[in-house]
Design a protein around this ligand. Structure first.
Ligand code: HAM
Length: 428
């Protein structure tokens, strides 16, 4: 049996990159006083209908939606922001702290056509700053995304930004844009024709050449911004320049979720043409209120982890695991004794691998060499009879038999010397 289409196993050899990303993110976000949050993978479908918007592809085409045994309308979350907004409102987090700085990493689900960089189960690393409407909050989150990509040595990407204005401004623009497109309706591609009455702004995203040609002449959202929205956008741009974060203004950037207003942005890789949006985000000022919370404006982003890891330089294999012993036993009496041995090694934080192959001692030693163990801790029949234990040092090719009860002080002493001379390095 294979994994479900559009989903992948993340195998042990790939995990180091994931762990590395997690710890680098944790370190950076902690510097900025952001706290990790985990919300359930399943939510009431209403959470997303209310926020992401009925007419978006995410809701209308891509939801993993079902009725549970209690006939509740449930779905696998397609994104994290609505979940965070729901969590802030339902846990009344605002009563503890008026500004919530949160981040998350977890699986999201969208029934899309799978291809390289696009999966049905994918992971997002997301960050949300909720409770402030000042442009400096927009800047803080963009700056963190930029810093993270720098720390992860992701190269060759660029930031695109736009302002979507507030709801009234966008509404006026939507009318003007729809009126304009109606004149060219018959020349639009089929998808855009369908979107015209329901979600016309998404037509700006169309990949169809003819539609794009028409859009070039269409009115631009920037003309519909009021002075205060324009000021917000200008400040964001000014601070980006101050921080030396290069950006391009893309007046067609509208994003695929309905909750955005004012700043919208994407970080795009220059390395590939397909699925090259690494990070998407923006400001959402109504979301928390929509979930019954107070008026708390928010801004944030999410990075697609699979896309990010495809672009990131491969991590060097870490030498964090300096050494490991192989416990080797001969018969059941030896195995019985290994139960106690495992306990005392654990209590003293000495790493080991218990050989489970039930083979002859020589074969187990060969396996230890293959496993790159630093040494074998052997409990053979002789050792059981004489209450001793043998340690065979594989890097130095000698062995010692000592009283069983001396094993911990013996190992600790040896490890100290090995560390001092840094000769714990794994054998070739
Ligand atoms: P989004 O643009 O839908 O935004 O997704 C963010 C990122 O998730 C994308 O840029 C992409 O890297 C990744 N992504 C999306 N769909 C897939 C997929 N099918 N396979 C692989 N990667 C994918 C949001 O989800 C918003 N919640 C972001 C946000 C946070 N806005 C404010 N705060």
């Amino acid at each position: 049996m294979q994994t479900i289409r559009g989903t992948k196993d993340i195998l042990p050899k790939e995990i180091q990159a994931w762990q590395d990303l997690y710890f680098k993110a944790l370190e950076l976000f902690t510097l900025y006083n952001y706290y990790e949050i985990k919300t359930p993978i399943i939510e009431q479908t209403e959470v997303f209908l209310r926020s992401v918007g009925n007419e978006t592809d995410i809701i209308s085409k891509e939801m993993y939606r079902f009725k549970d045994q209690g006939q509740r309308d449930i779905c696998l979350r397609p994104e994290g922001t609505a979940c965070i907004a729901r969590a802030i409102a339902s846990n009344k987090l605002y009563t503890i702290e008026k500004i919530q700085k949160l981040w998350y990493l977890g699986p999201m689900f969208r029934y899309e056509r799978p291809q390289n960089g696009r999966q049905r189960q994918f992971h997002q690393l997301g960050l949300e700053c909720i409770g402030s409407d000042t442009p400096i909050a927009d800047i803080e989150v963009i700056n963190i995304a930029h810093n993270l990509l720098q720390r992860l040595e992701v190269e060759d990407y660029h930031l695109q930004i736009n302002s979507l204005g507030n709801e009234e401004e966008r509404h006026t623009y939507r009318i003007a844009f729809t009126d304009f497109l109606k004149k060219y309706e018959k020349d639009l591609d089929d998808d855009s024709k369908k979107r015209l009455p329901t979600n016309p702004l998404r037509i700006l995203d169309s990949k169809n050449n003819k539609t794009q040609e028409i859009i070039q002449k269409a009115p631009c959202i920037s003309k519909y911004l009021t002075a205060s929205s324009q000021r917000h956008f200008d400040t964001v741009k000014e601070y980006l320049t101050l921080l030396q974060i290069p950006y391009k203004i893309n007046t067609k950037l509208v994003r695929g979720l309905d909750y955005y207003n004012h700043t919208a942005f994407e970080i795009i890789s220059n390395k590939s043409n397909n699925q090259n949006t690494l990070c998407g985000g923006g400001r959402y000022n109504r979301l928390i209120k929509q979930f019954g919370g107070p008026d708390m404006p928010g801004v944030g982003w999410a990075i697609g982890v699979e896309r990010l890891l495809m672009l990131k330089r491969p991590t060097q294999e870490k030498n964090s695991e300096k050494f490991r012993f192989e416990i080797i036993t001969e018969n059941s009496e030896g195995q019985k004794k290994s139960c106690h041995l495992m306990q005392i090694l654990t209590e003293n934080s000495i790493p080991f691998n218990l050989n489970l192959n039930n083979q002859r001692l020589t074969k187990q030693i060969k396996k230890a060499v293959k496993n790159k163990s630093i040494g074998c801790i052997i409990i053979g029949d002789n050792e059981v009879q004489e209450s001793t234990i043998t340690i065979k040092w594989l890097t130095q090719n000698y062995q010692e038999t000592i009283p069983y009860q001396s094993i911990i002080p013996y190992l600790k002493n040896k490890i100290k010397t090995l560390e001092k001379f840094a000769i714990y390095t794994k054998i070739a």
